[in-house]
Design a protein around this ligand. Sequence first.
Ligand SMILES: [Fe+2]
Ligand SMILES: [Fe+2]
Length: 225
Amino acid sequence: MERILDVREMMPKDRHSKIFGTFKGLKAGESFILLNDHEPKPLLYQFQAEHHGEFDWWPLEAGPRVWRVAIAKREASDPKRTVTEYLQIDHKRLDNIFNRFLKAVKEKSWDEASKDFREFRIGLKRHIRAEEDILFPVFEQKTGMHEGGPTAVMRMEHTEIQGLLDKILSATDAKDSAQIPHATNSLVNILTDHNMKEEHILYPESDEFLSEMERFEVVKKAQAV
Ligand SMILES: [Fe+2]
Ligand SMILES: [Fe+2]
């Protein structure tokens, strides 16, 4: 059972100390889910300033009334993160949510399926934005490869992936168990190949081209997307 910290009923001035207290109480590898009534961006910046390299920040729900973020204490605290490590963890995390979704569909637990898929969709869209808006421009600038390069292929695949996300969302909302497998199979096929290319080529090459400081900046900006 996931630990939940709901700060919505707390006095605003007490919230941050409670949140950081909960974080400090975590063992390495543990996490909790923060429930809040506004987007907790200032909190993320405070985490980055005080706990850089020690935490992961994964939004699960983004308004309009409730914001949920999974805040994890990393297994090994290390401020010198690579782009590969950070984005690879996110691929794995998203795979897990997606598998939970598939299981819920199979069991026809539609409330669970809808919640899981929404978490997956928010996470994957954010992941894609981090790649397209933060990592790819740096990669393109460093390598001089734009059209015809690997990022152009990745961007095309992202468009395809986002189309499938919309399709699966409507099929899930319609509880249409006949439509879902077709779209989910297509998504798995594209994503498996896409993630592999990123993890084996694009991310490691980016790490090679970037200085330690630049890698630090990419991860920091990607967390705030
Ligand atoms: Fe991607
Ligand atoms: Fe990716």
